[in-house]
Design a protein around this ligand. Structure first.
Ligand code: ASP
Length: 589
């Protein structure tokens, strides 16, 4: 709590109440507004704690009255005066300090201000780039301050909750070797070792594992991570993780610990998180919601229609089923009267998401059925389709025939899209675990297997034998924490056996030499009494964004970057001098 200790004031603006009437006070802050009213001047004075009305009367304020006439927004002032009740009928119940005002006896201007490029007020419509260009002014606005105050409370609560459970906060290096979290590294040239580079950490993954080998047993860190990715709406090149690792803990122990900590942390935002959280396996999440981070605040679940069309005369369905695929669908309630143009747009969305096309049947409210393919359906198929998808008049059935994975993913995208289009209510906090991810996925572009989480993930003990022959069937001890359809955390049990770690690296296409070259230190450490261990990392920015009800993580970061990774205020990134380049042995084309 900000109070007046250690400052040139006796009170903060936001603290004044009617019980202070008669008190002499000294305040300091910014001029939020000045109003001249028939010989009286009113100044709303703002500091971090709030706003209080100050009045200047030519008789009481003396020479300060003339100074007050010159005050402009955002000037910094110190005020001395007496708190009094506002005259009856002029109280402002919309303001925490609305019952009182300060009658000013003395005013000093501590600094003047240029006219700000936008108003320092809640709910302004100024574009984000302008606000970022003058971020220090934006920070003075209550909603930005409020979000960062919540972030502070959440961060402190993580520290307190984890400390209380025996976790040690340890810092790990920023200048290091590349850690493979699947993104591109930011690299930093070394001056002392010509031609060599550090990589900024994508996460402290390997260091936290080494802390477990080092016997620390429970570690956490509010860690800055760096990933050089093309930025989507919800990403920043640098972001903050609450990074956690534990030794001698089962997956169950880790999930239990995390739920307990999350209950305490979310209470800072007034949320009563109900635990234990629901769990879905990855397979189930994909099957029912077409996503590994399902938003389960609404239905619109995917339905397997393959049995309905087992003997279909429609070539597209029959073909997909014959080659081991599926026919799946969703029914969008209330979209049955959609014009053709809207359905064409959905078809395009399905194609963009990886489908060959979208099959659809529109059930109009007038009872009429429109569909380019319904003519291929038998009466029995149509009846079964309606029954399985629970179709009513006025619904739109959307179907995809493809491999199970593609059909799920495409329908998962359509499901979210239709929920937006239909304005389906999504309220409340929906938290759940998605567990048991496949260890590997096939990277078509690179022509090799990739680790779904990362290469240090423990696989199911009875799947070890499948690594070489059937890698896509190998499941891993892994868990993601999902909040309102957002992945806000993820973790795994780790491999603590050097031989198994080598086998996994080999499956990822790494030669023994390469594995040694890149991860020799880890493999060596695993051979030196590494305890069984596992952990998790939570995305602090996203978590606070959801708890603050904000729409972008930029709203909960003090100095965020634009979607092109730039800081419009400082001008980063920028060129450096020829001398700086030379010192780090670089030439720019
Ligand atoms: N290092 C992982 C990540 O950044 C999280 C973990 O496995 O603990 O996603």
């Amino acid at each position: 709590m900000l109070d007046a200790r250690y400052s040139i004031r006796t009170h903060t603006c936001g603290a004044l109440r009617s019980e202070h009437a008669g008190h002499s006070v000294t305040l300091a802050g910014w001029v939020a507004k000045r109003r001249d009213h028939g010989g009286l001047i009113f100044v709303d004075l703002r500091d971090r704690t709030g706003i209080v009305q100050c009045t200047f009367d030519p008789d009481a304020s003396g020479a300060s009255f003339a100074t007050a006439e010159r005050l402009r927004p955002e000037w910094v002032v110190r005020i001395e005066g007496t708190v009094r009740h506002r005259p009856a009928g002029t109280e402002n119940p919309g303001m925490a300090t609305g019952e009182v005002e300060v009658e000013v006896t003395s005013l000093s201007v501590l600094n003047m201000s240029e006219t700000p490029p936008f108003e320092i007020e809640p709910g302004i419509e100024t574009d984000e780039l302008t606000r970022m260009r003058w971020r220090y002014l934006d920070l003075r606005r209550p909603e930005v301050l409020g979000a960062l105050q919540l972030r502070d409370r959440v961060t402190q609560r993580f520290r307190k909750s984890l400390e209380a459970r025996g976790f040690l906060e340890v810092e790990t290096p920023i200048l290091g070797r590349s850690t493979p979290e699947g993104a591109r590294d930011f690299i930093v040239p070394s001056r002392l070792s010509a031609g060599k580079f550090y990589a900024l950490p994508q996460s402290p993954q390997l260091f936290k594992q080494l802390l477990m080998v080092g016997g620390f047993e429970r570690y956490y860190q509010i860690a800055r991570c760096f990933r050089d990715e093309d930025l989507r709406a919800d990403r920043q090149p640098e972001f903050t993780q609450v990074d956690i690792e534990m030794s001698f803990a089962s997956q169950e122990d880790i999930l239990q610990m995390m739920e307990d900590v999350m209950r305490e942390v979310t209470s800072e935002a007034g949320v009563a998180l109900q635990t234990p959280l629901r769990r879905l396996t990855y397979a189930e999440a994909m099957d029912r919601y077409g996503s590994d981070r399902p938003d389960t605040r609404f239905g619109l679940e995917l339905v397997d229609l393959s049995p309905v069309f087992a003997a279909s005369e429609f070539k597209v369905f029959a073909g997909a089923l014959a080659s081991g695929g599926v026919v799946k669908g969703i029914s969008a309630r209330g979209a049955g009267d959609s014009p053709r143009s809207r359905i064409d747009a959905l078809n395009q969305l399905a194609i963009d998401s990886g489908a060959k096309g979208l099959a659809w049947v529109a059930f109009g409210t007038d009872g009429e059925v429109r569909s380019p393919i319904a003519k291929f359906f038998s009466a029995a198929e149509m009846a079964e389709l309606r029954q399985k998808l629970d179709v009513e008049a006025g619904d739109l059935a959307l179907m995809v025939a493809d491999t199970r994975h593609t059909a799920n993913e495409v329908l998962g995208t359509l499901r979210l899209h239709m929920a937006d289009e239909l304005g389906i209510e999504r309220s409340g906090l929906d938290a759940l675990w998605v567990v048991d991810f496949p260890m590997f996925s096939w990277d078509k572009d690179e022509g090799r297997y990739d680790a779904n989480h990362h290469p240090f993930t423990m696989i199911f003990e009875d799947h070890v034998e499948l690594i070489e022959e059937r890698p896509l069937d190998v499941l891993s001890h892994s868990y993601d924490l999902i909040l309102n359809g957002c992945e806000i955390g993820g973790g795994t049990l780790r491999i603590h056996d050097a031989a198994l770690q080598r086998r996994v690296l080999a499956r990822l296409g790494m030669s023994a030499e390469e594995a040694e070259e890149k991860f020799g230190f880890l493999l060596e450490a695993l051979g030196m009494g590494a305890p069984p261990h596992g952990g998790i990392a939570l995305g602090l920015d996203r978590l606070v964004m959801i708890l603050a009800g904000a729409h972008s993580i930029r709203d909960v970061i003090a100095f965020p970057k634009t979607s092109s990774g730039a800081d419009p205020m400082t001008g980063a990134p920028d060129t450096v001098s020829a001398r700086q380049l030379k010192e780090v042995h670089l030439r720019v084309d």
